[in-house]
Each structure stands twice: as structure tokens, then as C-alpha cells.
Write a protein that binds this ligand. Structure first.
Ligand SMILES: C[S@@+](CC[C@H](N)C(=O)[O-])C[C@H]1O[C@@H](n2cnc3c(N)ncnc32)[C@H](O)[C@@H]1O
Length: 352
């Protein structure tokens, strides 16, 4: 066997990056859950002992954690003063829950992925599904915290205005269903922005609906926002001005059935907003860092979730515009267009 040493070395260099990133993920989750990034962001640069006092942690362990963060570029280290600190940018991304760049939630998803390995091994052999509800709660929390920053940054100023006439209706007072709403991040962001409109979030996963209901109460929005357990194929109500689906159509076993039900639930001039992970139509055009994130999630979470439901369409998280358009058309929608996009999301508008 002729091994090209240069190619092997290049591949091994990539491996060092990858294994470092994977092992770093667990340290981010711990730092996030213990409030270490937030404590670092609050005070001035400090040495380990001071930070240990500030965070009520063991100094020796904290030194190792801080060293790992510094090696990953997540914390700054000044050798002259032996102080650790966060730059403004690191603090914005690591310590400010709700900032549009907040990233620790994404790492939480990897906790579920590792816990899912036994189920995934079996699924790959048998072809059986793994329902969304069969995952670790780390997935439900991580998903909310991973997606919320994009919704906080883009939904109100960019995505809704990209839909024809929708903002005016929301401002005047519209009836909105957020289907597959999970923890309700998108529902609550819309409800806060449009005080004259009424919102209902549906999801088949009862613990997520409970979480979302509590969040609505906490935000003081429960009068105009409610959450109910229902599937996308048979949620109640009709005459909706807007039905929204954020990052969930591809998870469904019967997305065309869901599309047909949305069609029947909308007002004649209503709008179906579909937000999906960014993807091109062809595999070869998704072989990039973002495709890597989404294909990995799709292999462990989205595709098995669809396989677990009736229909088992298995669109996958990299379905792309052509497949989503096909689903909308099968559901009876005659108008479909890409309203806008970000590096992480495709935003579609479908009309009856
Ligand atoms: C990736 S999560 C997205 C959650 C939420 N929309 C967000 O953006 O944070 C997918 C959600 O779709 C829900 N879901 C999957 N299949 C469904 C179905 N057939 N009917 C209703 N909800 C469904 C799951 O329970 C899960 O909450």
C-alpha cells in the first residue's frame, strides 16, 4: 500500500483540530452550566485563585479548565500577570444568554449525541426510528439555546419583513400558529414584538409544551400566547393569518400531510412561513463546515426522528429548497418562494 505521507500528515492535522474540538465541547458545557464564563465576564482579569473564589470552584481544577479554554481561544491568558479574562467578543458569545452570537447551547446538543450512540447503532442496523421525545433533555434545551440567538437577531427585523404583507397584519392583530414550536422561543419573540396579535404554539412533545407554557407565564405573555400538545398533521384551529414552522418540517414523518393540514388551517390569504437549515439541493454543494454541522445532527436526530413517525419521509436536515418546494406543492400550495436566507437558515414563504 502506497501511503502519500504529505496527504496523511494533512489528514492528521485535521484530526488534531477535530479531536480538540470534540473534547473542548464537554468543557464548554461544564463552564456554561457552572456559570464560569459569566463570572469571568463580570469581573476584571484575574488569577486562578481569585477566579476560584469568584466562582466557588476548586482552584486546581479551575486552572486546568482555564488552560483548556485558553488553548481553545475561548479565554485569554496574559503570561506577564498570569491573569485570565474574556474579551468583549468572547463575553458576547459565551456569557450573554440571549445575545445573537450566544453559542454554548449548541454544545449542549453534543451531550445528547454521545448519549444517543447505543440507540443510533441499533437504528443504523435495523432502520428503525428514534423519536424526538426519545432523546436526552440536553437536546431540547440545547436546541432552544442554539436556535434562539438566530431568532432573536433575524426573525423580527429580517425574516418576517421578507414575507409579503405579513408584518402589517401582525401589527394590526393577527392569528398565528407556531407549529413544532419546541420550547417556544420563536413564538415568544413574535408575541413580544406584536402585542395586538394572538399566538398558539403546537408541538407533539408534551414536556416541551409544558416548558413553553411556563416561559410564556414568566414573560407575562400568557394572555395572548398559549401552547398545546398537537401534531402538525392535525393541530386545531382555522383561519390563521400566519402558520410558522421553525426547523421542524424536515423532522416530520409526513411533511406533505403537515403541509396539507397547514393549507386547510390558513385563511385564504394566509401565509405559511417555513424556516429550514441552510442547504443546497445537491450533496456535493453541502460539503462545507455548515453542512458538516447539519448532516451530523441530521444523522443522529432529524432523520431518525422522521423515520419514527408515520410516513417516514426522512427529508433530513439538508433537504434544500427543491425538496421543501415539492412538499409544499404536495400539500396544495401554489405559491412558494425563498423569501430570504442566512448562512444557517433558509426562509420560505408559501401561499395557498
Ligand atoms: C429541531 S426542533 C425545533 C423546535 C423549535 N421550532 C425551535 O426552532 O426551537 C423540532 C421540533 O419539532 C417537533 N416535531 C417533530 N415532529 C412533529 C410533528 N409531527 N408534529 C408536531 N411537532 C413535531 C419536535 O417535538 C421538536 O420540538
Amino acid at each position: 500500500m502506497a501511503i502519500d505521507e504529505a496527504k496523511l500528515n494533512e489528514f492528521m492535522g485535521r484530526f488534531v483540530q477535530d479531536i480538540g474540538a470534540v473534547m473542548h465541547a464537554a468543557t464548554v458545557v461544564v463552564g456554561d452550566q457552572l456559570g464560569l464564563y459569566k463570572a469571568l465576564a463580570k469581573g476584571p482579569p484575574a488569577q486562578v485563585e481569585e477566579l476560584a473564589r469568584r466562582t466557588e470552584t476548586d482552584p486546581r481544577y479551575l486552572r486546568e479548565w482555564l488552560s483548556a479554554q485558553a488553548a481553545s481561544g475561548y479565554v485569554n491568558y496574559d503570561p506577564a500577570s498570569q491573569c485570565f479574562s474574556l474579551s468583549e467578543e468572547q463575553a458576547f458569545a459565551l456569557a450573554e444568554e440571549g445575545s445573537p452570537a450566544f453559542i454554548p447551547g449548541a454544545f449542549e446538543i453534543s451531550v445528547d449525541q454521545f448519549k444517543s450512540i447505543p440507540k443510533m447503532k441499533q437504528a443504523l442496523r435495523t432502520g428503525l426510528g428514534i423519536g424526538w421525545h426519545e432523546h436526552d433533555p440536553a437536546l431540547f434545551n440545547g436546541t432552544e439555546r442554539f436556535f434562539r440567538p438566530a431568532y432573536a437577531a433575524d426573525l423580527i427585523p429580517k425574516w418576517l419583513p421578507a414575507l409579503d404583507g405579513v408584518v402589517a397584519r401582525l401589527e394590526a392583530g393577527a392569528s398565528v400558529a407556531d407549529v413544532g414550536c419546541g420550547h417556544g422561543a420563536s413564538t415568544l419573540i413574535m408575541a413580544e414584538a406584536f402585542p395586538k396579535s394572538r399566538f398558539v404554539g403546537y408541538d407533539y412533545h408534551a414536556p416541551s409544551v409544558e416548558y413553553a407554557s411556563a416561559a410564556a407565564r414568566k414573560a407575562g405573555l400568557a394572555e395572548r400566547v398559549r401552547f398545546e400538545v398537537a401534531s402538525a398533521q392535525d393541530f386545531p384551529g382555522s383561519g390563521y393569518d400566519l402558520v410558522a414552522m421553525f426547523d421542524c418540517l424536515h423532522d416530520m414523518g409526513d411533511p406533505a400531510g403537515a403541509a396539507a393540514h397547514v393549507h386547510s388551517s390558513l385563511a385564504a390569504d394566509g401565509c405559511w412561513l417555513i424556516v429550514e437549515p441552510f442547504a443546497n439541493d445537491r450533496l456535493e454543494d453541502n460539503l462545507n463546515p455548515i453542512g458538516r454541522v447539519f448532516y451530523s445532527a441530521s444523522a443522529f436526530i432529524c432523520t431518525p426522528a422522521s423515520r419514527a413517525q408515520q410516513g417516514a419521509r426522512c427529508l433530513g436536515a439538508q433537504a434544500g429548497e427543491a425538496r421543501i418546494r415539492e412538499v409544499a406543492s404536495e400539500g396544495g400550495f401554489t405559491h412558494f418562494r425563498r423569501a430570504t436566507e442566512t448562512p444557517f437558515n433558509l426562509v420560505f414563504e408559501a401561499r395557498p
